[in-house]
Design a binder for this molecule. Structure first.
Ligand SMILES: [Zn+2]
Length: 82
């Protein structure tokens, strides 16, 4: 997620320097961020449905390896997500 954010900022800065300020590049970067975040919102525990990105009240940019609610090992349940 952090890498995608850096990539998105990099695209905006690069296009900005090459072509001048472009709202199209900015829009493309936002779309990229939304696409990168879409799987994150679906990353729920298969046992209890708790979102793996929530640690208590905090949202973390990487999924928990073990469900904080029921203790299911999430990295074995969703190996394609890592
Ligand atoms: Zn769970």
């Amino acid at each position: 997620m952090l890498g995608v954010l850096v990539l998105a900022i990099g695209i905006v800065v690069a296009v900005d320097r090459l072509y001048g300020h472009s709202s199209i590049a900015f829009a493309a970067a936002i779309v990229l961020l939304v696409i990168a975040n879409a799987p994150m919102l679906r990353f729920n525990c298969p046992e209890c449905g708790k979102n793996a990105f929530f640690r208590g009240l905090f949202v973390v940019p990487w999924p928990n390896r073990v469900c904080t609610s029921c203790g299911t090992a999430l990295d074995t349940a969703n190996p394609q997500k890592r």
